[in-house]
Design a protein. Sequence first.
Length: 221
Amino acid sequence: MKHLYTLCIFVRLRAASASATDPGEQEIAIGNISFQRAIILPLTLKSFNGALSNNSVKLNWETSQETNLDKYIVEKSTDGVNWQTLTTVMADNAYEYNAVDLNAGQINYYRLKQVELNGNFTYSQMIRIRNAENEKLALKIYPNPVISNASININSESKLAAHIKIYNQFGMQLQHLQRSLIVGSNNIPVQGLSALPAGTYIIVVEDDKLNRIGTTRFVKQ
């Protein structure tokens, strides 16, 4: 004897609260499985880079998608912690943009603040452009990444009283060391790094007048 079975699928259409003004704001449900409208990302940033020429930095970025995007605010920092607006570029679906910084310093950090029409915004990754011609000292930390303690190597062209400051990625100063530098290579031990959470940190070196003369970053594992 053959048995015949009937399969019934119940489809529910459920209106979201915003559907009164936007019919697209609805859900479709099959049984206990619901499907919502896909969310379109406002921006796909393909690249963001910069090049140094005659103490100026030309920034270029390219996108492959711009939905409800209002503008790009180009921000600049000399230490990767404190940021200022360099210029604003309006989004026009051109997909290729550029901006110029005419006053490049020794170390230059740049990022894009990508602002939507509704005021929401996101940040691009930060890029670093180094102007070796204007640097007064070479600065390194090793080992990098850091696990516990580390040493900062500073190659100075002159004797000076240096302020060595360590910041986290939110701009909070964590350490402040004062050391006298000699001409040539200076190795300065840094302790207490084992207690830091994993992440990226910034070292800033200033002279006795608190002018920034060097900066670098390290990763704490």
